[in-house]
Design a protein around this ligand. Structure first.
Ligand SMILES: [Zn+2]
Ligand SMILES: [Zn+2]
Length: 179
C-alpha cells in the first residue's frame, strides 16, 4: 500500500487545487487506506496527534505534505551505488565509486528499480532496454523503455569509471541501430 500512499502524496503536492481534489478522493477510500497514509507520514517524522481520525481529509493531507519532509522525500533520495550481475548479458558489474551505477556498461541494460534516479523506490523490477541516446550538456543521455510496464526512463551514460560505458555501443545506439 506504500506505493499508493506515495502516489497520492505526489499527486496532492502537484499544481494548485490538487490538494482539494486529492482530499475529495481520499474521502472515498477505505479507513485502512487512510490509516496507511497516517502510518506512512508518522514513519517519516510527521507529528500527527491521536485524534487525527477526526480530521478532515484536507487537513490530514496538508499535514502529511509538511514542506520539509515533502522536500526530503522528493529531492533527497538515497543514491545507492551497488555492484550487480547484469540480468541481460550476465556481466559482473562493479560499483562506480563516485555515482550510482544504474546500468550495465557493456550492453547498457538497466532495471526499472527507481522512481527518481538512485532511490530504488519502484517495485516494477523490469528490464530497461536502451532505445536511443543523445548528446546532452557535455554527456550522453540514454533513453529506455521498460519491458515489463512500458515506462520510459533516461540514464546518464557513464563515460568515466572502470569500466566506462562501451562507447561503440553508445555510438550504435545514437545512430539508430538496435543494441
Ligand atoms: Zn549487460
Ligand atoms: Zn517497469
Amino acid at each position: 500500500m506504500t506505493r499508493e500512499v506515495e502516489d497520492l502524496l505526489k499527486r496532492a503536492r502537484g499544481a494548485r487545487g490538487r490538494l482539494k481534489r486529492e482530499a475529495a478522493w481520499l474521502n472515498t477510500q477505505s479507513p485502512e487506506f487512510v490509516q496507511a497514509v497516517v502510518d506512512y507520514s508518522r514513519k517519516r517524522g510527521i507529528d500527527l496527534p491521536e485524534d487525527v481520525d477526526t480530521w478532515s481529509s484536507k487537513k490530514l493531507l496538508r499535514a502529511c505534505l509538511n514542506r520539509s519532509v515533502a522536500a526530503q522525500v522528493r529531492l533527497n533520495p538515497i543514491v545507492r551505488d551497488e555492484s550487480f550481475d547484469c540480468t541481460h548479458c550476465g556481466a559482473a558489474v562493479p560499483i562506480h565509486g563516485r555515482t550510482a551505477r544504474d546500468h550495465c556498461p557493456y550492453c547498457l541494460r538497466s532495471l526499472h528499480v527507481d522512481d527518481v534516479p538512485g532511490d530504488r523506490a519502484s517495485d516494477c523490477g523490469g528490464l530497461l532496454d536502451p532505445t536511443s541516446c543523445e548528446s546532452k550538456s557535455g554527456g550522453w543521455m540514454i533513453r529506455y523503455r521498460c519491458r515489463t510496464c512500458g515506462a520510459e526512463k533516461t540514464n546518464r551514460a557513464l563515460l568515466d569509471g572502470d569500466p566506462a560505458d562501451d562507447v561503440r555501443v553508445l555510438a550504435k545506439l545514437s545512430s539508430g541501430t538496435a543494441v
